[in-house]
Design a protein around this ligand. Structure first.
Ligand code: CTP
Length: 472
């Protein structure tokens, strides 16, 4: 165990606690991650006595005497040094919650404190006291659970989850992040208590969701969220994707499991949170647009448009950012069918140029999403689609090399058009601009200035405009 206590902070804390005559332990995530050999930059210390006094004494001994930020009501203190965060807390009988608004009620022993933590693997403590330095205190078999990959609450799950319902989300998050199994009683406890998630702020919930989205195989977390009905509490649109309907012997696919497959596929290639969110959102409007007719069978016409519109509303409610990231996801949802649709026709340069123009810088992400969207079980179909997408990809490369559409800037600007014809901002200027864009994208003219000026002059003539100081 001593090998985990390499950082000089441990010796400092040991001495400071001795001077104050307080017992002190390393506890929580740092111990868990050290045993799992995962990197961790936060170290939590629990002391039997005042966490704030201990933190102040420790800071005095550290290089540069860093500032101690503390919250008297909660008995917690925080020191940031270099890239490390040290958190000090007095042992308590009350539940341990970061972000809790409830002040501490009663001081307690180490055992009291461990009782009130979320999972056995997070309730491990290592002594920093002189006589027992480096010894592990593991009253609930946390090490064994770590070894077996089990998530289990130290107390009756309903007590632990009622103390802080966010812990249900944490259980799923750890299961997804670490590939751990939620032990049966704990799992049943989540199912019974899931509705209590409603008292938790959406900001805390989405932090956990994003950690699930960023885990190696996010479908693990989302299946658990669905099966425990936690997902139903905050993301009903995703729940609605689940289910298969049959009519006249025709079934459509289950869009929930399809979405998870696409998400896992994307996760294999990219750690980008927003590309992963694009996977989650790409078919979100399928339930709203679902229809059946004898000729086509099941259809989801326009789900890309409706889904793109839904993105903003859902992001706002989930407390996801409403900035460029949201716009990126909305764009991905809107365009997600385009690359595959292209393969169903003869791929003209002009169609490829339009796709590059609409996707802009995000064309590569869009192609990846499109590839990951192919989840058919029919291998021959998958092979055909992938081959077609490869052709589109090649064509994108060729066209881009030639025409540089990705960062398309019109070769003649609106201002220049106004100057040329002595116009004020008007409908004509807009018409010329858009005709110029179409001409470049359709390959009528090359993406260069000479051809563009010529085109603009001709277009102006067509519209009956004359050049200032010109005789014709
Ligand atoms: N904890 C808890 N209940 C919570 C949050 C935290 O019991 N709702 C306890 C756990 O013992 C946890 C410790 O506080 O290990 C530190 O919490 P935190 O830093 O939020 O999480 P970590 O477990 O360190 O994990 P991560 O850094 O991945 O969030």
């Amino acid at each position: 165990m001593l090998t985990h206590l390499k950082h000089p902070i441990f010796e400092t804390v040991k001495k400071a606690a001795k001077q104050l005559d307080q017992d002190v332990y390393v506890v929580g995530g740092f111990v868990r991650d050290a045993l799992l050999q995962r990197p961790c930059k936060d170290i939590d210390f629990v002391t039997v006595g005042s966490g704030i006094e201990l933190a102040k004494a420790v800071a005095q001994q550290l290089k540069g005497k860093p500032e101690v930020n503390y919250f008297k009501n909660f008995g917690t203190a925080h020191i940031h040094q270099d890239t490390w965060d040290f958190e000090f807390v007095g042992a308590r009988k009350e539940s341990y919650q970061r972000n809790s608004r409830k002040p501490i009620v009663e001081e307690g022993t180490l055992q009291d404190d461990q009782n009130r933590r979320d999972f056995t693997i997070n309730a491990l403590a290592i002594s920093l006291n002189y006589d027992t330095y480096g010894e592990l205190v593991d009253p609930f078999g946390g090490v064994e659970d770590l070894h077996n990959g089990i998530l289990r609450t130290p107390l009756d799950p309903e007590v632990t989850f009622s103390d802080d319902p966010l812990r249900m989300m944490r259980a799923v998050r750890f299961a997804s992040q670490l590939g751990f199994h939620i032990e049966d009683k704990t799992y049943e406890g989540i199912k019974r208590t899931s509705k209590r998630l409603s008292i938790i702020s959406q900001e805390r919930i989405i932090d956990e969701v994003n950690k699930i989205v960023l885990s190696e195989k996010p479908s693990i977390g989302f299946k658990l969220l669905f099966n425990t009905r936690l997902l139903h509490q905050f993301f009903p649109e995703m729940v609605a994707l689940q289910g298969v309907e049959e009519r006249n012997g025709q079934r459509h696919k289950d869009n929930f499991y399809h979405t998870l497959q696409v998400l896992d596929n994307v996760a294999e290639y990219s750690n980008d949170l927003w590309l992963r969110w694009s996977a989650i959102m790409h078919d979100i409007a399928k339930p709203n647009t679902k229809d059946f007719n004898d000729k086509e069978g099941w259809t989801f016409h326009g789900h890309e448009f409706v889904g793109s519109k839904m993105t903003k509303r859902i992001f706002r409610r989930l407390k996801l950012p409403l900035n460029d990231r949201m716009k990126y996801v909305a764009k991905m949802v809107l365009l997600h069918l385009r690359p595959i649709a292209l393969t169903k026709e003869i791929v003209t340069d002009s169609a490829v140029r339009r796709l590059i123009f609409d996707a802009g810088e995000d064309i590569d992400d869009l192609m990846l999403l499109s590839k990951c969207d192919i989840t058919s079980k029919n291998e021959r179909k998958v092979e055909r689609f992938l081959k077609n997408l490869q052709l589109v990809e090649q064509k994108i490369k060729d066209v881009e090399e030639r025409d540089r559409i990705r960062n398309f800037q019109p070769p003649v600007s609106g201002d220049e058009i106004m100057k040329l014809f002595g116009l004020k901002p008007s409908r004509e200027v807009g018409m010329i601009k858009s005709a110029l864009k179409d001409a470049v994208l359709d390959g009528v003219i090359k993406n260069n200035r000479d051809e563009a000026i010529n085109f603009v002059l001709n277009k102006g003539k067509e519209l009956g405009l004359t050049l200032p100081h010109s005789d014709n």
